[in-house]
Design a protein around this ligand. Structure first.
Ligand SMILES: [Zn+2]
Ligand SMILES: [Zn+2]
Length: 424
């Protein structure tokens, strides 16, 4: 994938925004675990590096340290890192203070804690990716946990991402299916972005949407190869994960890569964390949430016209669905109410455009379900340790844990009968 060509294709974009990203080098190929040192050197990555990984990632990256003969490094291997805690990130910052760069070996949480540490301490940042499990590799923000609440912190993209496609292909099916699920979330993200653009005039870029749509289509075309140990399919998924990560930076917003489905997934996550339950892989939850949100959005096609009104927000009711510890965050996201910016007349006038997006930007529920099954994704709530009640609650209350307009957030403004709408 030619990153510079992508940036070049977005020169003088009609959206008026200058599009660029920090990621300078992205290489994905077979056997690259034996070339990490060379690639870092060619990329002018600093020679004094602090390396962070976990036991799983180090096991599959055998040989990587042997390539770093020209580097001075210290290695910190955590036990399997399932959670990305802000406190871990601070620990890394302290330990890495005498180094010039941070290399993260792994995926998900390991990358996130390093991304924040590198950004906060202004150090160069590189990733060696070990599983195509989510699209955070090229992201410029890091969702970190503190007080069992997850907040996305602005960071910087890594300057280098390296992936050995043999290692990616050999990753557990559950992780590869999770990466596929994370990509599917983009369908909903695009609809929600358009809704925000139509109703409150939020910035929007058609060219970035086209890039994301192509990335999604490329991965969907590989659906039945995801579960196999196939380096070519793994490369295709990784390319798309990188591209959708870059799209966020091109837009300077998470809009191109995440919509209501990500917030639904985060809602499940914070409530499970509160109870001390492992919240499951990010992309696995995002996949299931996408299925639920697509099903719900498609039901809206039955309403050809609407009579919208202002949102009657009952914040006391919202509080009941969050930990008292998170009350301040919830107030911050909802006071003043972001939906106050929506003129019901505008919503009514743009409803046909919203229906058009639901119709054309989303696959049918059946098509979505079939591609998920082909790719080995979880489609049943019970298989992701979720109940119907918890799923329905998330559809109704998750939008309040972000300050952003999504179709899911404004459903109560539509003036429609919501009986059965949230059924999972
Ligand atoms: Zn643009
Ligand atoms: Zn995601």
């Amino acid at each position: 994938m030619d990153l510079q060509a992508i940036i070049k294709s977005l020169e003088n974009c009609p959206c008026g925004r200058y599009h660029a990203f920090d990621l300078k080098v992205y290489e994905a190929d077979r056997g690259l675990v034996h070339k990490v040192g060379d690639i870092l050197k060619q990329s002018s990555f600093p020679k004094k590096i602090y390396i962070v990984s976990d036991e799983n990632a180090m096991r599959v990256s055998e040989g990587i340290l042997d390539t770093l003969t020209d580097f001075e490094y210290e290695l910190k291997v955590y036990p399997d890192m399932r959670y990305a805690y802000l406190s871990t990130s601070r620990e890394i910052m302290e330990a890495a203070k005498d180094f010039d760069g941070i290399l993260s070996i792994g995926t998900g949480s390991v990358n996130d804690v390093c991304r924040y540490a590198a950004a906060q301490s202004n150090k160069a940042f590189a990733i060696f990716a070990t599983a195509p499990s989510m699209d955070g590799f090229a992201s410029d923000s890091a969702p970190l946990i503190e007080n069992n609440f997850k907040i996305s912190y602005p960071c910087r993209q890594p300057s280098v991402v390296i992936a050995d496609t043999d290692i990616l292909a050999a990753a557990p099916i559950e992780l590869k299916a999770a990466g596929f699920g994370d990509i599917l979330g983009k369908y909903v993200g695009i609809v929600d972005w358009k809704v925000a653009n139509y109703t409150v005039g939020e910035y929007y870029c058609e060219n970035i949407v086209s890039l994301v749509k192509k990335a999604v289509a490329d991965v969907v075309a590989m659906a039945d190869k995801i579960t196999a140990c196939d380096p070519e399919a793994a490369k295709s998924v990784m390319d798309s994960l990188i591209l959708t990560g870059c799209a966020m930076q091109l837009a300077k917003s998470t809009r191109p890569a995440s919509g209501s489905e990500h917030v639904v997934s985060h809602y499940w996550e914070i409530h499970k964390l509160e109870k001390g339950i492992w919240p499951d892989f990010h992309g696995k939850k995002v996949g299931i949430a996408t299925l639920l949100v697509v099903r719900l959005y498609k039901k809206l096609l039955a309403y050809k016209t609407i009579e919208p009104h202002a949102e009657a927000l009952d914040l006391e009711d919202v509080f009941k669905h969050y930990s008292p510890k998170n009350k301040d965050e919830i107030i911050g996201y909802n006071v003043p109410n972001p939906t106050d910016d929506i003129d019901p007349a505008v919503l009514k006038a743009r409803w046909s455009d919203i229906l058009d997006s639901i119709e054309n930007d989303l696959p049918t529920e059946e098509a979505l379900y079939n591609m998920m099954v082909a790719a080995g994704c979880t489609t049943e709530l019970a298989d992701a340790n979720l109940t119907r009640e918890f799923a329905e609650e998330a559809l109704i209350y998750s939008p309040f844990m972000r300050r952003r307009i999504t179709l899911l957030r404004i459903i109560s403004m539509l003036g429609i009968d919501t009986e059965g709408l949230y059924n999972c």
